[in-house]
Design a protein around this ligand. Structure first.
Ligand SMILES: Cc1cc2nc3c(=O)[nH]c(=O)nc-3n(C[C@H](O)[C@H](O)[C@H](O)COP(=O)(O)O)c2cc1C
Length: 353
């Protein structure tokens, strides 16, 4: 068994175990609309066993970064359909990463009338880029009233329905990196005194309710989850991440999800991969700074079921072929990582014509 061995995860059929990790590339249009160059970009990378899309907002409130896509209206669904059709026409498999940023936002990056919401009215320290004014502080969020939480959970269900209507093979809950589910999970960002705050069980309730809502659409076999316990990204911290994530995974493990996607770094107080293996050992996608040899060994030894690669896919649309045939990898240009247009995005050539 190695990275080139086909694999079934829930209802997802992967032709190899080289997964493209989710990467926000800021190539969408205004109001979260996917663009034509996104069709080219994803089509070029369809030989991955599975493509996990960039983070996609389930609602206008869920947008926070400039030029990022949504999946909450018909125009967006139609635009995504062109992307999925292109990936499928190349024999690929693709899931939508559903990402609600919560408080990690600036109003200039969001459609008019949308709000910035969080479990508690605590502003994240730090800044984010806006096209209009460069770097600006994160927005002060509104605390979600208890009676509004079911509506936010339903946004994830509708985003899942919309993803399937567009043709995505599955959906992944983005449950790390300081975004909304992580804001609920972690004690530093969740000061609620109702059923969604306090104990680990209460803080995990939001993510578990969301997973159940996503699984209600067409079964848990089309739903995955991404975690990185003790990841401080976007000003997030938890008093006891081991306990929080043990609880979350213990409950999520009962749902028969397609997979768990675990980032091993930054290394905090938790051994993320070991924790993931305890609950999802037979369907665990590992990530973060893997190179080919190490990934091959982890899969051969049964430590991981598959491995996802982010940065390696940026300048190597044909990463699978390059590794299969021992070809050299290209390096990407940092300057065009998030800039508009095809340059440094869909412009990277294959090794062989
Ligand atoms: C440009 C860029 C954008 C990213 N955007 C996302 C994202 O939208 N969602 C997410 O879960 N991770 C995101 N990540 C993290 C990657 O999925 C991945 O965890 C990271 O690149 C480490 O994997 P690698 O060492 O194979 O690159 C992003 C990473 C990069 C480099």
């Amino acid at each position: 068994m190695d990275l080139f061995t086909p694999l079934t995860l829930g209802t997802l059929a992967l032709r190899n175990r080289i997964v493209m990790a989710p990467m926000t590339r800021s190539r969408a249009g205004t109001d979260g609309l996917p663009t034509g160059i996104m069709v080219d970009y994803y089509r070029q990378r369809a030989s991955a066993g599975l493509i996990i899309s960039e983070g996609i907002a389930p609602s206008a409130d869920g947008l926070g970064y400039c030029r990022t896509p949504g999946i909450y209206n018909q125009a967006q669904i139609d635009a995504w359909r062109s992307i999925i059709d292109a990936v499928h026409s190349e024999g690929g498999c693709m899931v939508a990463q559903i990402m609600h940023v919560g408080r990690v936002a600036n109003a200039l990056n969001k459609p008019a009338g949308s709000r910035t919401v969080a479990p508690s009215a605590l502003r994240a320290r730090g800044e984010m880029y806006t096209d209009q004014q460069g770097m600006l502080p994160f927005e002060q969020p509104l605390e979600l009233p208890l009676e509004e939480i079911p509506r936010v959970i339903q946004e994830y269900r509708i985003a899942t329905e919309n993803s399937f209507a567009a043709g995505f093979d599955g959906v992944e809950l983005h449950c790390t990196s300081g975004y909304l589910p992580a804001q609920f999970l972690c004690s530093g960002t969740n000061k609620r005194t109702d059923g969604y705050g306090g104990s680990a069980a209460n803080r995990a309730r939001f993510a578990l309710d969301v997973l159940a809502a996503m699984a209600s659409v067409d079964g848990a076999g089309r739903v995955g989850m991404r975690i990185c316990p003790d990841n401080p990204f976007n000003d997030i911290q938890d008093d006891d991440p081991q306990r929080t994530f043990e609880y979350l995974l213990g409950e999520a493990g009962k749902l028969d999800l397609a997979y768990l996607h675990v980032m091993r770094y930054p290394k905090g107080r938790v051994d993320n991969v070991a924790l993931g293996r305890r609950f999802f050992g037979d369907r665990l996608i590992g990530n973060e700074s893997y190179i080919l040899d190490e990934a091959q060994q982890a899969v051969a030894a049964g430590k991981l079921t598959a491995v996802s690669f982010g940065r390696n896919f940026i300048a190597n649309p044909d990463l699978v072929e390059r590794w299969q045939d021992g070809l050299e990898l290209a390096t990407f240009d940092l300057a065009t990582l998030y800039t508009p247009g095809a340059e440094g995005y869909s412009s990277y050539p294959r090794a062989r014509a």
